[in-house]
Design a protein around this ligand. Structure first.
Ligand code: GLV
Ligand code: GLV
Length: 319
């Protein structure tokens, strides 16, 4: 019987379908990632891995996993997987696109609103018993409506963010490798060169995947070009940002605030410099974290594995 290794504890109801036809081995903790050494042991006899974005699936894994046919990542991003190594070893890689678009766009817009209107800071203010009177500029933040939103990376999640922004009467710019003419028509968004978008936007929202081209793209030079009142939002991958440069930009007033759902090294600890700043709203990488969507992501990963092991085409291969 083909064997599947699941790198994190998942609900039995979600993986029952796999247990019917395959032998399933599962890391028994939901809140602890599997150590690399343990992953290497477990992959030795596996035909498939259902992986999380916390696992680095590299050449070492493919060398050990001689029977491996598919790695199904429970994420739309797959920068944790060495795709070239996978190809070399004839292993199919799949991700979970589409099912998380709306949920991730909701979180991204929530983070934008929370950062602009200083909601986490205001919540703490009340809970810490600091609210002594209404005042004219108490927790006064930035408007969102009628401002310019610049979306960097106009894939389906970027477009779902743009759609939300239309309801706030925002002026929407986007930058992407390819023009999205349909989105331009349907959402009234305008293509802009990267530099123009950076200079003109009140909110710069990063939605681009982490690749060799996008790594460290938000650096000192870019933050300096933004408006002093600009708010930077990132819910894609931390590696697209030089965090030291973002910290300096916030300290120097080159930009106003940042809302971050992702970081270069996750999890960050409470002494991370960015957390010292009241104008930073930080979340623990929860873009797609609704119960329904997480269940759909598992379902899609399960489907991809079943199909490959049954000799069929996967639903959502990454290449
Ligand atoms: C989450 O970050 C994902 O890539 O699905
Ligand atoms: C980034 O701007 C991209 O091309 O997706």
């Amino acid at each position: 019987m083909p064997k599947i290794f699941i790198t994190r504890q998942l609900p039995e109801s979600a993986i029952a379908k796999l247990r019917d036809s395959f032998e399933v081995d599962m890391w028994p903790y939901e809140d602890q990632p599997i150590p690399k050494g343990e992953l290497l042991n477990r992959v030795e006899s596996a035909d498939a891995i259902l992986s999380m974005l916390t696992e680095t699936i590299d050449e070492e894994v493919f060398l050990k996993g001689k029977q491996l046919k598919v790695v199904a990542n429970m994420a739309v991003g797959f920068d944790n997987i060495d795709v070239e190594a996978a190809k070399k070893h004839n292993v199919i890689v799949t991700n979970t696109p589409e099912v998380l678009n709306e949920t991730t766009a909701d979180l991204t817009f929530a983070l934008l609103l929370a950062t602009a209107r200083r909601i986490p800071e205001a919540v703490d203010f009340v809970k810490e018993n600091k609210w002594s009177t209404w005042s004219p500029f108490l927790m006064a933040g930035s408007d969102v409506h009628h401002k310019t939103l610049g979306i960097v990376g106009m894939g389906n999640i970027g477009q779902a963010v743009a759609k939300r922004a239309t309801g706030f009467n925002m002026n929407i710019l986007y930058h992407n490798r390819s023009r999205k003419r349909e989105a331009e028509q349907e959402l009234g968004v305008q293509y802009a060169e990267f530099d123009d978008l950076i200079k003109q936007s009140d909110f710069v929202v990063c939605m681009t995947p982490l690749t060799d081209e996008t790594k460290n793209m938000f650096n000192d030079d870019v933050f300096k070009k933004m408006k002093d009142a600009a708010i930077f939002i990132n819910s894609s991958r931390g590696g697209v940002v030089v965090e030291e440069d973002l910290y300096q930009a916030l300290i120097n007033g080159d930009i106003k605030a940042a809302g971050l759902d992702v970081f270069k090294d996750e999890p960050i600890s409470s002494d991370h410099p960015l957390l010292e700043l009241s104008q930073v709203v930080a979340l623990p990488h929860i873009g797609s974290a609704s119960v329904d969507t997480r269940m759909k992501m598992i379902e899609l990963a399960v489907d991809n594995i079943s199909r490959v092991l049954n000799g069929e085409e996967p639903v959502t291969p990454v290449y």
